[in-house]
Design a protein around this ligand. Structure first.
Ligand SMILES: [Zn+2]
Length: 197
């Protein structure tokens, strides 16, 4: 194993690679169950495949070379052993993150009010509305005032979109790397991660 790992140290980017550096080539790592786990660098992915710890699922168009071998860089790999997933880091439920989720945009009129946005309970607390991701939205002062302690439809207001709990940060991280280069990742990521917020 060690010798193999040393061999990997001598790998260099082949002539078929693009000008993007090796580090920028990201590989989606799937658990043994095909669940997406994380994103790693191309080099690490090739080492995992080389050592038999992972199998290639999708290939990229890149190549890396050692003095004696040429490897096609995968774009998706799958671990041979099941890795217990670390608990998903939950996104803190607070005003800052609610505004972030809604891109500091009033969810009634669409105005962007930056940090000066207020938080509105869609179903008012006085009517049993809960303080949860699904019932709070960013609202400008004007809309918040207009809506008062009513349900939106009672005052002729409509939400621009349904508030939901944000994706876990790990999926956001995968999404951040998703680009035309990673078209091959799409079918392994949950549907929700495909729709940028
Ligand atoms: Zn508004």
């Amino acid at each position: 194993m060690l010798n193999k790992a040393n061999e990997m140290d001598r790998f260099t980017l082949g002539p078929y690679s693009t000008s993007r550096s090796m580090d920028s080539a990201k590989v989606l790592v799937l658990n043994q169950t095909f669940e997406p786990l994380q994103v790693c660098g191309a080099r690490r992915a090739v080492v995992l495949v080389f050592l038999g710890k992972a199998e290639r699922v999708e290939d990229s168009t890149r190549v890396i070379r050692s003095p004696s071998m040429t490897f096609l860089v995968p774009s998706v790999i799958r671990l041979q052993r099941y890795i217990r997933k670390p608990a998903k880091p939950t996104i803190a439920f607070n005003k800052k993150n609610i505004l972030k989720r809604d891109a500091h945009t009033c969810q009634y009129c669409g105005r962007n009010g930056g940090e000066r946005m207020t938080i509105d309970h869609v179903i008012p607390k006085s009517l049993g509305g809960r303080t949860v991701w699904e019932n709070v939205v960013s609202a400008c002062r004007g809309c918040n005032l207009k809506k008062g302690n009513k349900r939106p439809w009672e005052v002729g207001m409509r939400l621009l979109r349904k508030p939901t709990k944000p994706h876990s940060s790990s999926y956001l991280g995968m999404l951040a790397h998703t680009s035309p280069h990673h078209e091959s990742w799409r079918k392994y990521l949950p549907l929700e991660a495909e729709a940028p917020r």
